[in-house]
Design a protein around this ligand. Sequence first.
Ligand code: NAP
Length: 498
Amino acid sequence: MPSKTDRHTHDAIIVGAGFGGMGAAIALRRLGIDDLVILEREDDLGGTWHVNRYPGLAVDIPSATYSYSFEPNPSWSRLYAPGAELKAYCDHVATKYDLRKHMRFGVVVEGARWDEEKQHWIVNLHDGETLTAHYLLTATGFLSQPKMPEIPGIETFDGTVVHTTKWDHELDLTGRRAAVIGTGATAVQLIPEIAPKVAELTVFQRTAIWVTPKSDGPVPKALQTLYARAPITQRIARGIGSGILEVIMVAGVLKYRRFKAFNSMAERVAKKHMARQVRDPETRRKLTPDYSFGCKRPTFSNDYFPTFNQPHVHLETTPIARVEPDAIVTDHGVRHEIDTLVLATGFNLWDTNFPAIEVIGRDGRNLGKWWRENRFQAYEGITVPEFPNFFSLNSPYSYSGLSYFTTIESQMKHMTRLLKAMRRQGASQFEVTEEANAEFLARMKDNLDDSVFTLGSCSTARSYYFNQHGEATLLRPTSTLGAFREAARFPISDYALS
Ligand code: NAP
């Protein structure tokens, strides 16, 4: 296709049409910034909730909390809504806030470069097209680059291979001899769903996961009606959900030094849950993590553990040596003959997702290269020195709390405060100062000293919270209230406005 250049400079280009990109678009439009283009590589909006369609997909944060606070949905069918309802909610938000007209689907962004002379961002698309904009926002998600395991011989497998992000709804698992590689939050939802269908199921676990009970259930019609008629009641439910998550996050993970007992209690709850649900002591031993609760994202389920009581479900913890056309062979030489291989192997964050596209700022600074050579960092988890007019929504230290909506909404606040200040000062360009960025990074590193990541026993967790240098630079080590407060009150002088 011949390369095209859109000569019009847009107000903003947002990369990603998931909840993060949509939240950013809503914040910009509220400020009257509405010449927006939202570029999405998939064929529809929704990010995670469009891509992930595996059996059992559901949110594992209470739905009243896992949604925009300004757009409550009284009709969630369960306390933890199934994936299809999340996708429908995304569609509803896009329609209500008139975002679809800004979206372009099936558009792969190659990279973006700040043009110092023209003072705008140049965004290059895979097909050679070029777009320009005053502001660039990347909302490419944390878990958006699927990880394919590098196992010798995997390419020689003759049967069906499916990654959980590419689920094929035509795939009939009835009577199959299947294997699942991976035991993260995705596998915990998927395994109980597919176990009843298959003839044999072997689960290959490299690292066990902490699983606590899930207090789920249908939301009664009467409660849905109450939420619709008196939205304050759903706000209260949201507040309770957020409070519980905050206690888990702050007391169990971030303030481990002070609340170690809370962390140990969470481990005891998970172990008791397993003891009640798994009959075989050897299986229980294998399913018990050997790292502190919170080093790796824990999950919630009532039907994962009992699956391992079924005679046709096997838990294999010996490392995989290789894959053959009809089997997985372990390091001990045991062959598990299979015809279907399910890869619940998660996502690659630190090699391919920070950032998910190439971003070149002032003086040719390459964001990914700079992060790798100078530590992963971003002021308030959203802006970076030498990258003018750029909001990096999925940055180191940006993920605040357990519900992604806490992150999204505090970032919306931060953007709004900054852009309003620019308007007041008649400025057209922002750039965070080196000093403010360095102070934030130093504070986050100090805060991490109190967390389970530093004080707990995390070396065997293989947690994606840690980057390739062994630093836990994904989660923001402050309370969510603290994150909101700072988003609303950060000193404007932390930015150079011009
Ligand atoms: P994940 O937590 O990264 O788990 C991937 C699993 O695959 C791990 O058990 C990993 O083992 C295993 N694995 C990867 N490569 C392997 C290899 N070469 N050999 C053997 N095992 C390998 O990914 P996920 O389960 O997709 O979950 C990612 C995140 O998505 C969750 O933490 C959560 O934040 C989110 N999620 C949320 C929901 C929800 O309901 N809201 C549902 C699902 C997922 P190691 O641990 O040993 O690396």
